[in-house]
Design a protein. Structure first.
Length: 75
């Protein structure tokens, strides 16, 4: 499957590592943003994040949407 989709294992490793780096930066950004908000409000919160990644083919970009739930009961 690796050869069929990516052509070789080296290219599949590059795609995997690049994708992982993008997701890591996204999660760091979301968590830091929410941490700053909780710190400003001086309350402890157990938040649940719902993150959607959507390929927008017409604009050739990746749309990212984040929903924040104050607790897992609502979700």
């Amino acid at each position: 499957m690796e050869r069929r989709v990516f052509g070789c294992s080296e290219f599949s490793d590059i795609v995997f590592n690049s994708s992982l780096a993008i997701i890591e930066k996204l999660l760091d950004y979301v968590v830091q943003d929410q941490f700053d908000e909780v710190k400003d409000n001086m309350k402890d919160s157990n938040r649940v994040f719902k993150i959607g990644l959507y390929a927008n083919e017409s604009k050739r970009c990746l749309d990212i949407m984040v929903e924040v739930f104050e607790n897992d009961d609502v979700y």
